[in-house]
Ligand binder design. Structure first.
Ligand code: SD4
Length: 332
């Protein structure tokens, strides 16, 4: 594990952004004397899970700078990662389920709580854009499976087939033992969740994933579920999650974080409390990572995870970097 961690940090630095550990080191945007464990940005801000969040943030920032809405930004930002077919955890380049099918989950939500989602969906490059279309063009919030695929085709989205030999070989190899270990550790993690605020204080969020590798065909994680993988409420703030989705669904994780902020809690503390609810519910948790990000409507932000190794990409007018927030546990 140590070796993997060293490799991870090296890759992070080579990616052109600094990796800092803990919120306290991130001082350039801090609000001095706030007494909070979170930092605050005065202008526009974007937070995205994991290192792939750096390229997503860059795109989302460009969209907002170009006059696009924060909703456009969170859609187009995560779409960059969906189109990266070397990414084994988001989009059509993701690892398949145990039947060898790549099934995708995504959702999006705006400042006013409007929401769209797709789940258990195959054959489309940009589930996030289909989720937005569901929000904007139907009276529903979520479409799933072949119904979602048919609706997408009928509404102008073009299916795409993607056969990646390396992914197939790995799956065939996995089939030999068919051992399912739903872990989301330093080497094996997925999902991009993005939460953002524009210069007018408008919030939006998005989340997209191919889910846990080698899951049961039909399994849907937290990522497309409003209140679990993502929750945005313009009156209070936004949150998103990554990790073992079942644990997040069972605690309505992102909703919990936002509601705690509404009740006055600092964003980092809210993420910590959401993690602790998971740990209280599943104290025997071994190797099941969950990480949360939070953005309060005043620009305060933070994160927390069950295990160390979770990181997020932060973009503000002055910062563009990876941050490793705190965690309750250390990998053994
Ligand atoms: C899921 N939450 O499908 C996703 C997977 C993930 O890091 O985020 N792993 O449960």
């Amino acid at each position: 594990m140590q070796q993997g961690r060293r490799k991870f940090i090296k890759v992070g630095l080579a990616g052109g952004a600094a990796l800092v550990t803990g919120c306290a080191t991130d001082t350039s945007d801090a609000t001095p004397g706030s007494g909070s464990t979170s930092l605050r940005s005065d202008g526009p801000i974007i937070l995205s899970t994991w290192e792939h969040g750096l390229s997503a943030n860059a795109k989302a920032w460009e969209v907002m700078q170009g006059g696009g809405s924060v909703l456009d930004a969170v859609e187009q930002g995560v779409a960059v990662v969906e189109s990266d077919f070397t990414n084994r955890s988001v989009g059509l380049g993701g690892r398949p389920d145990r039947d060898g099918k790549v099934t995708l989950d995504a959702c999006i939500q705006d400042h006013n709580g409007r929401a769209g989602a797709v789940a258990f969906m195959q054959h489309f490059e940009h589930p996030i854009s289909i989720a937005r279309a569901v929000m904007e063009r139907t009276p529903h919030v979520m479409l799933a499976g072949i119904g979602a695929e048919r609706w997408a085709t009928e509404n102008g989205f073009t299916p795409k087939e993607m056969e990646i030999p390396e992914v197939r070989t790995e799956w065939l190899d996995w089939l030999k033992k068919s051992e399912y270990k739903p872990i989301a550790n330093i080497e094996n993690h997925d999902t991009i969740g993005m939460i953002a605020m524009d210069r007018n204080g408008q919030l939006a969020g998005s989340c997209t994933t191919s889910g846990m590798a080698y899951k049961i065909h039909g399994r849907v994680g937290d990522s497309p579920i409003i209140g679990a993988g993502l929750f945005v409420d313009g009156e209070s703030g936004a949150a998103c999650s990554t990790g073992v989705g079942e644990l997040v669904i069972r605690t309505a994780g992102s909703h919990t974080v936002v509601e705690l902020m509404r009740a006055g809690m600092d964003p980092t503390e809210a993420c910590k409390e959401a993690v602790r609810r998971i740990l209280r519910q599943v104290p025997e948790n071994k190797g099941m990572q969950v990480g949360f990000l939070a953005l309060r409507k005043d620009g305060a932000y933070g994160g927390w995870s069950v295990y160390n190794g979770f990181n997020y990409a932060l973009k503000t007018t002055t910062l563009d970097k990876l941050i490793e927030p705190g965690s309750d546990r250390t990998w053994e």
